[in-house]
Design a protein around this ligand. Structure first.
Ligand code: CTP
Length: 456
């Protein structure tokens, strides 16, 4: 078997996530026995185009969908699902131990169960037991199987153990049915793998387990995006928030091993591994946040919530004429606004009530607010941020400067993280929203560390 010549791609390899001390990154691509196995061939291509050395380890069932010759041709290596081939090379230990990344796509319900229970009945499960690098599982199965309590428990066990289980996409499944259970697109799985490798690089030995972060295993809820307050069936009052900061926070928390719920009104691609709850209005956001906060260890309000909404919703489109073919209205309509709830202040209030009721001083989640400020004649950004922190009563406040063309929708930002006393714990930027998110979580990690553990 010869290696097929690499096709020119025009893409630069991802130097960021490449171990500096070694040559090619060693990736093991596990393939489970599902119809989506064909997509793993595209994922394999993305890794090899990046210059990675990929070893494909299919299950026996996977070979029913895509045969060994395909994997061998694409990876340039022999492929087996069994521990009994080339035994003198001890493949059942060597492949997992020497890997920089193990990614399994698709991970079937059966494979998740075997991995969760430590089975070692084929080469892939042996690899999963011997790997000491980041392990990413991308499940794909029918919705009923994904939502079955057995699978839910297996996924929770794997995540607790530090395995990255990517949330499946929603959409058309094998038959005519639709729902959560689709394998995410190969590009998304590849991007999730690179993000995981990026956060684990530079830490010995070769890779860092996300168990190193105190966020690992914590339940984190992040809100993102600007709310939309409907005026009529086609119009709404909105704001310039893109949601990028909230999504970057969610992605970074997932990379640190947290169990992340993202409550969002933005229409960006779902961060791999997040439980995504979609909302539109401030009131929908409020009920989603207060429900999610009850089980959470940390809540971050990065959403740009509309403080006001139209007092009346017009069931049909507001017209500028009296009716079809009729005269235009003399006056433009006046839109009366009413206040929306302050969700952040409400979360802090609910936590205070919980603490009063239980007598437990640390009950409820740690609560992090954001302050989008412009600075004006009455004070600069930090002055306004300190006042907001005192008003809202949250544990940390992330202040950033906003204005037309600044921050909203942009990829770069500057953030200041303030402690309850108003002191600036850290400033990051101008930098990417991903790097700003890392700084925010660093500050949260420090603050969580000094809180006594929560009673369950
Ligand atoms: N927030 C909220 N509910 C609102 C308004 C804001 O939960 N109705 C949250 C935001 O998600 C953010 C923080 O409160 O975490 C500060 O939001 P910001 O828009 O900066 O401040 P406001 O409270 O709206 O005050 P102002 O508009 O007067 O600056």
């Amino acid at each position: 078997m010869t290696t097929p010549p690499a096709e020119p791609t025009g893409r630069e390899p991802h130097e960021e996530s490449r171990p500096a001390s070694r040559g090619r990154r060693r990736v093991v691509l596990g393939v489970g026995g599902g119809i989506a196995a064909y997509k793993a061939a595209l994922l394999l291509r993305l890794f090899t185009e990046d210059g990675d050395d990929v070893t494909v380890v299919p299950t026996a069932a996977a070979l029913n969908f895509v045969g060994a010759p395909t994997w061998e041709a694409l990876s340039g290596k022999p492929v087996s699902d069994r521990v009994w081939d080339r035994v003198e090379q001890v493949p059942h230990v060597r492949i997992g131990k020497s890997a920089d990344l193990v990614v399994v796509a698709p991970a079937t319900a059966d494979l998740l169960a075997r991995a969760a229970h430590g089975f070692a009945d084929d080469l892939l499960t042996n690899v999963l037991l011997t790997a000491r690098c980041p392990v990413v599982l991308a499940p794909a199965m029918h919705t009923e199987m994904w939502e079955h309590p057995a699978t839910v428990a297996n996924v929770a066990t794997l995540r607790d153990r530090g395995v990255h289980v990517v949330e499946p996409a929603s959409g058309r499944l094998t038959g005519a049915d639709t729902g959560p259970g689709r394998l995410p697109e190969p590009e998304d799985i590849h991007a999730a793998c690179l993000a995981i490798l990026d956060t684990s690089r530079d830490v010995t030995p070769q890779v860092r387990s996300h168990r190193d972060s105190v966020l690992a295993g914590l339940r984190i809820v992040v809100s993102a995006g600007g709310t939309r307050e409907p005026l009529d069936p086609v119009r709404y009052l909105g704001n310039r928030s893109s949601g990028k900061q909230g999504y970057a926070l969610a992605a970074e928390a997932i990379a640190r091993g947290a169990d992340v719920t993202l409550v969002t009104s933005a229409s960006l691609p779902d961060p791999a591994g997040a439980h995504v709850v979609r909302v539109e209005t401030a009131r929908e956001l409020e009920s989603a946040m207060s429900a999610a906060a009850q089980q959470a260890d940390v809540v971050v309000m990065a959403a740009a919530v509309a403080d006001f909404r139209p007092a009346e919703y017009a069931e049909s489109k507001i017209k500028k004429t009296h009716g079809p073919g009729e005269e235009e209205l003399d006056d433009a309509p006046v839109i009366r606004l009413v206040r929306n709830p302050d969700i952040l202040a409400g979360l802090v209030r609910a936590r205070r009530e919980l603490r009063d009721r239980t007598g437990e001083a640390t009950a409820g989640p740690m609560i992090v607010g954001f302050a989008a400020e412009t600075g004006d004649s009455s004070g600069d950004l930090l002055h306004h941020a300190r006042a907001k922190l005192a008003r809202k009563g949250c544990d940390l406040l992330v202040a950033n400067e906003v204005g037309a063309g600044v921050v909203f929708g942009q990829d770069d930002t500057t953030v200041h993280v303030l402690a309850p006393g108003g002191e600036v714990l850290l400033t990051a930027g101008p930098t990417t929203k991903a790097a700003a998110s890392a700084a925010v979580w660093d500050a949260v990690e420090e603050a969580v560390d000094v809180r006594p553990p929560r009673a369950e």
